[in-house]
Design a protein around this ligand. Structure first.
Ligand code: SF4
Length: 370
């Protein structure tokens, strides 16, 4: 018997990050990380604006030195989305980041080891109402802790969770509970096992992702498997698709993952056939033109949380069925297109007019519902 999929979201406590809520039933949010030098304020702000436009909910910046920490305030004043500072090794950088007004800290327990330093940061964050993500990473687990577990995906997962639980205890010791947890590994099996293990034990919101997933398409596939598996089990409050690519691609991928499971709505969901020998139109330029010409509308609809389904199909085998099921669809025939709106055929157009006719119809439908 079929059951619900994805499974209901795991109940987690709500953590506030600037204007954003993580956990507590809030929509799963999409994060990314800038790839510019943080000290280059103009370049970093420009990249964040591109991320905002793509639908990024929260941006994280690496803070490798004091100059980077001191640049955070100037960056924050020029952006709209909450800003998280990524801190390793030096707790003083976290204290400066807090003074600069960041909305969230990410600390890596594998390389911020001294309990008194962690407590000092927790006290300062608590005073400002700033949450902390405990960001465990398979590449930087404390070697002594790692040696306590078998060198298998299950052992790696246990080591990640043990490290995070130790850090959670340090923060809870000083009454700090505005905590988000991540347990990232560069392999999918460890990642999934670690998050499952943590989800069964604590109710802090989880930031999920497969770390260092690599270049697209490999990185996309690993991320879709790891994050997708967890989303399907209701385990995820916020996510980052980590790619060796323009960070905008990370945001686009995050959104597509959430839209594929209908965990976030908004924008244009495009169905397109892969084409085959039955296709009687020059399909590739058609689908690329449709996507490009609907890009602005996609952004506007996403911001408004409204979804339109658009289908572009290459022939009459599955075409009419898919085109009828979409809000607006086209099923191509011999150098022609049958245009459907809400399941009803409304026109037949020559191949050269398919793109114009389809885009016009989608825009009209969007305007009608605006
Ligand atoms: S819709 Fe037609 S052209 Fe497209 S893949 Fe299916 S059979 Fe081939």
């Amino acid at each position: 018997m079929a059951t619900a999929y994805p499974l209901p979201r795991r109940q987690t406590r709500a953590v506030t990050v600037g204007r954003l809520t993580l956990g507590g039933g809030a929509p799963v949010s999409v994060q990314s990380m800038t790839k510019t030098p943080t000290v280059d304020v103009d370049a970093t702000v420009a990249q964040i604006h591109r991320l905002e436009e793509a639908g990024c909910d929260l941006v994280r910046l690496a803070v490798p030195d004091t100059a980077s920490a001191q640049a955070l305030g100037a960056i924050k004043r020029r952006i709209g989305i909450p800003l998280a500072a990524d801190i390793h090794f030096n707790h003083q950088l976290a204290l400066i980041a807090l003074e600069q007004g960041v909305d969230k800290l990410r600390l890596n327990p594998g390389n911020l080891k001294r309990p008194e330093h962690v407590r000092a940061v927790a006290e300062a964050a608590k005073a400002r109402g700033v949450p902390i993500r405990i960001g465990m990473n398979n590449g930087s687990i404390d070697p002594a802790q790692r040696a306590q577990f078998p060198f298998t995906p299950a052992g790696n997962a246990e080591a990640l969770v043990a490290g995070a639980l130790g850090h959670i205890a340090l923060l809870e010791d000083v009454g700090f509970t505005d905590i988000v947890v991540s347990l990232k590994a560069s392999d999918v099996r460890t990642t999934v096992l670690a998050y499952r293990l943590m989800a069964a034990q604590r109710d802090y919101p989880l930031h999920v992702g497969v770390t260092e997933a690599g270049l697209p398409p490999e990185g996309l596939i690993k991320s879709a498997l790891g994050i997708g598996t967890l989303l399907g089990e209701g385990i995820s409050d916020t996510l980052r698709v980590s790619l060796t690519a323009d960070p905008v691609e990370e945001v686009v991928a995050g959104w597509e993952l959430l839209r594929a499971l209908e965990l976030r709505s908004g924008g244009i969901v495009l169905t397109a056939c892969p084409t085959c020998a039955r296709c009687d139109v020059d399909f590739d330029p058609i689908i690329r033109a449709v996507k490009a010409r609907l890009a602005d509308l996609d952004r506007r609809l996403r911001a408004g949380g409204r979804t339109l389904h658009v289908a572009v199909m290459g022939c009459e085998v599955n075409g009419p069925g898919e085109a009828r099921d979409a809000d607006v669809g086209v099923a191509s025939g011999k150098h022609t297109g049958m245009l459907f709106r809400h399941g009803v055929e409304i026109a037949r157009v020559p191949e050269a007019e398919i793109v114009d006719a389809l885009v016009r119809e989608v825009e009209a439908l969007a305007d009608a519902g605006a």
